[in-house]
Write a protein that binds this ligand. Structure first.
Ligand code: GTP
Ligand code: MG
Length: 200
């Protein structure tokens, strides 16, 4: 996947603040600190296009990024998990739900999970909730560099059982080593543009 341009468009809380690009959009969801922003940076070959942090809850708004002037990547705040004040948290759920429910140009949702952790009710509820809107997320297991190759496969298997999905549907990824970058790109491009995998 050749990324010739990647730029920050805008941050939004409410629908009237979303950009009007008309590009298909791919949104990145997952627990706080799981590596959503790092994954986007890796995809677009930029170290700091999206701010990342070791402190959970770094991303607090819906951030829109344009790629090659034809695709929008959307960084969502950690879905309801962040260690942030309750008052802030109460506004996040509705903010993210409103976006995911109502955004006409949304082509795909990528659910990012830490490969070291067996997903719980939150992830299963999120997947079920998306299914209500006929959406099947692209599932990514990130931070794969933290485990040995054998342990990765074992975890992938355990997570596939926990989520009741086939093991190959769980894409292994690492922002550190860039493992899985091409695979994640092709899943995204397929969702956004059909079978055409070129983003040029
Ligand atoms: P919030 O915006 O707070 O919801 O977090 P986020 O999901 O956007 O996570 P972010 O990308 O900011 O990454 C959180 C921490 O995990 C940072 O310290 C990253 O450097 C680290 N990290 C992210 N991806 C990887 C990875 O693939 N491997 C390793 N080793 N560390 C990673
Ligand atoms: Mg973030």
């Amino acid at each position: 996947m050749i990324v010739s341009s990647a730029e920050f468009l805008t941050s939004a809380v409410r629908p009237d603040q979303y950009p009007h690009t008309g590009y298909p959009e791919v949104a990145f969801a997952g627990r706080s600190n799981v590596g959503k922003s790092s994954l986007i940076n890796t995809l677009v070959n930029r170290r700091r296009l999206v701010k990342t942090s070791s402190t959970p809850g770094r991303t607090q708004l819906i951030n829109f990024f344009a790629v090659n002037e034809r695709l929008c990547l959307v960084d969502l705040p950690g879905y309801g998990y962040a260690r942030v004040p309750a008052a802030v948290k109460r506004t996040w759920g509705p903010m993210i739900e409103t976006y995911l429910k109502g955004r006409a140009t949304l082509a795909a949702v990528v659910l990012i999970m830490d490969i070291r952790r067996i997903p719980g009710l939150e992830e299963r509820n999120f997947i079920d909730w998306l299914a209500l809107y006929q959406r099947t997320p692209v599932l990514v297991l990130t931070k794969a560099d933290k485990l040995s190759k054998t342990k990765r496969i074992n975890q992938q298997q355990a997570i596939s059982a926990a989520l009741d999905v086939a093991r190959p549907e769980l894409l292994l990824f690492s922002a550190k080593t860039r493992l899985g970058k091409a695979t994640v790109w092709s899943a995204i491009a397929k969702a956004a543009f059909g079978e055409r995998h070129d983003l040029k």
